[in-house]
Design a protein. Structure first.
Length: 173
C-alpha cells in the first residue's frame, strides 16, 4: 500500500515501541492480548519470541522491538500482543506482534500522511507505508505484509507447522 493509494480516511491502531509511535491498519488487527507466557521455539531468529496458544491455535509471537533493531521488550503492565493478519504467499497468517503498549485507534486523512522517507540504499524502509502526522507527532504507518522478509515468514510457517505436529493438544491460554 503506497501513500499514493491512500485516498480515503482510514483507521489505524497506534502502539509504542520505546519512544516511537507506530500504527497499523485496523483491518489487519484481530485482537489485543495482555502479555502472557510465550513458549520459546529452538533455532528461530532472535526476534521470534516463541508461540502462544490462542483458543487452540498456535500463534507465533514476534518482538517488534528486536525486529526493528531495538532492545528486547521487557514485560510491564502495558506490554501487549497485537494479534494481526499478514499475507504469506497469498495466504493469511496470524502473528502476534509484541509491543510496549497500545495507544488508541485514530483516523488519518490522506493529507495527514506523507511518503515514507528515502534514507538510502542500505536502510530498508519499504515496510513503512507512510508517515502520519497528528498533533505535531510523527507516526510510522507499517505495512505488516512487508515488515517481514520472505525468510522471516518461512520461519513463521515452519514454527506453526512444527509446533502443531509436535504438540497437537496445547493447553489453552
Amino acid at each position: 500500500m503506497a501513500v499514493a493509494t491512500i485516498n480515503e480516511t482510514k483507521q489505524y491502531l497506534t502502539f509504542n515501541l520505546g519512544d516511537e509511535i507506530f500504527a497499523l491498519d485496523v483491518a489487519k488487527v484481530r485482537e489485543i492480548l495482555d502479555f502472557t507466557s510465550v513458549t520459546k521455539v529452538p533455532r528461530t531468529p532472535e526476534f521470534m519470541r516463541g508461540v502462544i496458544n490462542l483458543r487452540g491455535n498456535v500463534v507465533p509471537v514476534v518482538d517488534m522491538r528486536l525486529k526493528f533493531g531495538m532492545t528486547l521488550t521487557e514485560k510491564t503492565v502495558n506490554t501487549c500482543i497485537i494479534v494481526t493478519e499478514i499475507n504469506i504467499n497469498n495466504e493469511t497468517a496470524i502473528i502476534g506482534a509484541l509491543a510496549d503498549s497500545v495507544q488508541e485507534v485514530i483516523e488519518l486523512e490522506p493529507d495527514q500522511i506523507e511518503p515514507a522517507p528515502k534514507i538510502g540504499m542500505s536502510i530498508r524502509t519499504e515496510f513503512i507505508s507512510g508517515m502520519g502526522k497528528r498533533n505535531g507527532v510523527f507516526i510510522m504507518i507499517l505495512d505488516m505484509d512487508k515488515v517481514f522478509s520472505s525468510e522471516d515468514l518461512l520461519h513463521v510457517q515452519n514454527v506453526q507447522e512444527s509446533t502443531v505436529e509436535k504438540e497437537p493438544e496445547l493447553v489453552e491460554a
